[in-house]
Design a binder for this molecule. Structure first.
Ligand code: PEP
Ligand code: MG
Length: 287
């Protein structure tokens, strides 16, 4: 997962198509044929671009963020899509939209990709088809994941935001951090719905929030039917180790057990016990 906004957040203006193209191409080339998912700008709320006149909002997390911002700023969106499509000629690129909360947003974004693609083809570029996915990080999207799955090549669960929006707990508010519980039964139920629908429609589903990097969650996510985890490079060994130390049968039983529990604390405890049992030698995650 390439969070495209991070490269530009220290800029004092939005990057041009050309500037973006150069950066995306460089990254795609360095991947050397390995797949890369470029997420379109997730601007707004905690992620601002200096000097861009984003509206001042009372509840920015519920406001003009991510895909909502891009659909309201078509020239910025188009420039980014053109840059990504052009960079896709240099490797294995997929495109992903953040914070989709309705089917119409996804369809509008896809229509813009189609138009941009035509525009580039009329300029002489020979583009390959590109996989398009959407992030599921809002409960409304989770609950219509069957409809979104029909229109996507893959789904990716952004649990950092999904937890925030499902539990109505600001992910950056330290005073409320004890309420920010990825093991809340409502979160597990939402994940289960998304994974079931993705599997039913035969498309891959990834988890790309922080819980994907936490080895205590690994058997639970596998047991819920998640096929892919997107984690920062430094977590790959510890997550791989957690996978090697469970089996799909044990993971499914754990997921069933977790789904039958009623509180975040009980589920948390279950995951801790399972991890202690599976990987007793880990002194970082076992405490
Ligand atoms: C998420 O919300 O889980 C996610 C991967 O996106 P970000 O943390 O960048 O909002
Ligand atoms: Mg997010």
């Amino acid at each position: 997962l390439f969070r495209s906004e991070h490269v530009f957040m220290s800029n004092d203006r939005f990057p041009t198509e050309e500037e973006q193209f150069e950066i995306y191409r460089g990254i795609v080339e360095r991947m050397n044929g390995l797949p890369i998912v470029i997420r379109t700008f997730d601007i707004g709320a905690d992620k601002q671009i200096a000097n861009h006149n984003l509206p001042k909002e009372i509840n920015p997390y519920l406001g003009c963020r991510a895909i909502r911002f891009l659909l309201r700023e078509p020239s910025i969106f188009r420039a980014q899509l053109r840059a990504i499509l052009r960079a896709s000629l240099f490797g294995n690129v997929s495109l992903m939209f953040p914070m989709i909360s309705s089917l119409s947003e996804l369809l509008e974004a896809k229509a813009l990709v189609k138009e941009t693609r035509k525009e580039l083809e009329s300029e002489g570029l020979k583009l390959e088809p590109m996989r398009i996915g959407c992030m599921i990080e809002v409960p409304s999207a989770a609950l219509i994941s069957d409809l979104l799955a029909k229109e996507c090549d893959f789904l990716s669960i952004g649990t950092n935001d999904l937890v925030q929006y499902a539990l109505a707990v600001d992910r950056d508010n330290h005073m409320m951090s004890s309420l920010y519980s990825p093991t809340h039964p409502s979160v597990l139920r939402l994940i289960k719905i998304i994974v079931t629908e993705a599997n039913r429609h035969g498309i891959p589903v990834t988890v790309c929030g922080e819980i994907a990097s936490d080895p205590r969650f690994t058997p639970l996510l596998l047991g819920l039917g998640v096929h892919e985890l997107s984690v920062a490079a430094r977590y790959i060994p510890i997550v791989k180790n957690a996978i090697r130390n469970t089996s799909i049968v044990a993971a499914s039983l754990l997921a069933d057990k977790a789904m039958s529990l009623s509180t975040a604390d009980e589920i948390d405890q279950l995951l801790n016990e399972e991890y202690k049992h599976n990987v007793p030698e880990d002194c970082i995650y076992n405490f």
